[in-house]
Write a protein that binds this ligand. Sequence first.
Ligand code: 5GP
Length: 342
Amino acid sequence: DLFYRQLPKVELHAHLNGSISSATMQRLVAQKPHLHIQHSMTAINRGQRRTLDECFQVFEVIHQLTDRVEDIFTVTTDVIKEFASDGVKYLELRSTPREEKSTGLTKRKYVETVLEAIKHCKQEGVDVEVRFLVAIDRRHGPEVAMETVKMAEDFSVSSDGVVVGLDLSGDPTVGHGKDLIPSLQRARNSGLKLALHLAEVPSQQEETQLLLSLPPDRIGHGTFLHPEVGGSQELVDTVMKKCIPLELCMTSNIKGQTVSSYDKHHFLYWNNLGHPCVLCTDDKGVFATELSQEYQLAATTFNLSTAEVWALSEQAIDCSFAPESIKQDLRRRWAQLKREIH
Ligand code: 5GP
C-alpha cells in the first residue's frame, strides 16, 4: 500500500545478513554455484513457518554466501538502498563481525567494510541516515563478547559517531546471559548503547531479570516478558519503570513460531499500556517482509487509525540511538511529510 511506503519510518532492529533481498541473494548464489544453494534455503516465504532452530540454520547458509569483503560491501549497500526506497529515513543496522580464514576476512575488516558501505551510500545521496550496532553472538561465549566490546569501543571513537552501540543476539537457547554481564557492563560504562534480545523464548526469567538490571537501552522482542505468556508482573514493572522501548517484529515472530497468530502478538499488550513500541523487520530477507508491510500489518491487525500509525513511526525517533541533533532533523522531516502525504 502506497501510504505505508510513503510514511517516513525508523528501522531499529535489522540484522544485516538477515536483511538481504532475494534480488541480491540471487546474485550471490550465482557467484557461488558450487554451494548449490536454493532460494528456499535462504528465505521463509509467505505462509511458511519454521522453528527458531531452523531459522538459525538459514543464517549458516547465508553466511557461506557472504564470506568475502566484497560480499559484505555489496549486501550493506543494497540493504541500505532497499530500506531507503521503502521510506526508511533512519536505519540502525546490526551485524556480527565475522572472520573467514579462507578469504582473509577479519572481524575488524568486516566492520570497516560495513562502515565504508554506509559512507558510500551517504556520498551517493541515499536518503537515509544510518548508524551501526556491533553484534555479539551469545553462542560464541564471554571471551568473544569482551573482544567484540573492545572493538566496538575503538570504532565508536574512529567512526564519526556511526557506531553507536551493541546488540546481543544469536540462538537464545545457547549459553547464559550472566556470563556476558561483565562485557555488557563495560560497554555501558564506555558510553555504548545496548540493544539486547530478551525473553525471546519462554522460561528465561532469571536471565531476563539479570539483563534488565544493566539496564539495556532497548529490548529486542521481549516476547515472554508479560504474565499472560509465562513472564511476570515484576518483569513488566521493571521494563516500564526504566522505560525501556521494545523492538517488535511481527512477521519474524509468526514465521519463527514464538507467537501463535498476529492478533496475539505482544504489541497489543504493550501498546495498550502506552509503553514505547517500535515496529521493526528483524530480517527482511529471511522473513520476506518490509518495514512498510510491518506497519500495515500492525494497523490492520490492531485497527490503528492513521493518526496512531503516524504517532508510532514518530515515536521510534525518540527510541533511536541517534544524537539529539539528528532526532530534531528527523522530527522536522516528519512534520513536513505529514503535510504532504494523505
Ligand atoms: P548478521 O549478524 O550475520 O548480520 O545477521 C545474522 C545473525 O543475526 C544471526 O546469525 C543471529 O546471530 C542474529 N539473528 C538474526 N535474527 C535473529 C533473531 O530473530 N533472534 C536472534 N536471537 N538472533 C537473530
